[in-house]
Write a protein that binds this ligand. Sequence first.
Ligand code: PMP
Length: 407
Amino acid sequence: MSSLFRFSELGSRMQPSPIRELFKMIRQPGMISFAGGLPDPSAFPVGPFADCADVLSRDGREVLQYGASEGYPPLREMLLAMTADRLGYEVQPDELLVTSGSQQGANLIARVLLDPGDLVIVEAPTYPGTIHSLRNAGARFATVPCDADGMQVELLPEIVTRSEAETGRRPKLIYTVPDFSNPSGACMSLERRHRLVAFAAELEIPVFEDDPYGKLRYTGEALPNLKRIAAGDPQVIYASSFSKVLAPGVRVAWSVAAPEMTRAMVLMRQGEDLCTSTVTQALVAEYCRRGHLENHMSHILEVYSRKCQQMQLALNTHLAPGSATWNEPEGGFFFWLELAAGSSRELFDRAVGEKVAFVPGAAFYPGDEEQIGEIHTGDLFARLCFTFADEKAIDEGCRRLGRVLGG
Ligand code: PMP
């Protein structure tokens, strides 16, 4: 039967997000979910945030109007100060862009840089939302394996040379989540950070540093962002978000990139959403102006640090020795388990039967047919989010997981 809608090539080949598909299977009473990468809703600052709605009475005529594509000026002022502190140099207004979630940032970066067939280097495993945006822009992927210290940057030169030879194209972008990666929880070592920044400058390949979790460190010393190491040099495109430190529902995030890159992203977004909702930008700005963010951050650092320890303890208690291995994360949202044997997808089906859910590792790798060079898959891995479930559920969920994993 012919369809009224003659979808574009892209429109007809898009795949649903594997994680969102899994969610349909786990919506059952009694399910303990470690699957979604969600903040703890009981920690949301509902009262103080609602009070900030006063800003509508004060500045309503401006806030309810269309806003600038670059972002709402009072929020931009705040972000310039915040990012200067975080990135260690005076970020210029023409480097900063407010986006509707850092998902939009990833999408804009993909669309302004990539033509169909272009090559992008990603760490493996990596965040599927960014893979989705890159894929929609026609990317093919060369993957760099990760270990406990993040992307194995020392393998990069060889991977770039090999993938270039195979495709006849120079990679356009390197994508990484150096701090408490989604899904692996790994934090890139200082030595690798320096190496990556130097390598990117030498080869003139921009690096997209995606940093939604960097401020959520529970133990250990903070390490400098790649953008900080690059000291304002243009090879690093930095993005961060209010989603994990405040609430994902606000859809407010930002990027810091060279002026020409930021300008291209602004022009692209003018054909997308014009601007991020001025109402939520004003609420977030007011929330920060009243000094609530610092207090909230101390609160969630305490809550998440406890939950992280709780999951470490529960996994040690309930998983048979040798059935899986993992590193205790120093921050972020996730544990990344490597199973001694079997398939995490098959384990998922049995786990759902026992009413506990996680995300099987395959979701965090580009598809086999999209990868250039050595193909990596996540069959042995499982991502467990520790921030969403309450502490009792963390213990009980790990007990159920131990039961399905067996000895
Ligand atoms: N990057 C990473 C690594 C993430 O984990 C997420 C959210 N899960 C995002 C980007 C998207 O965040 P936002 O809500 O700001 O769009």
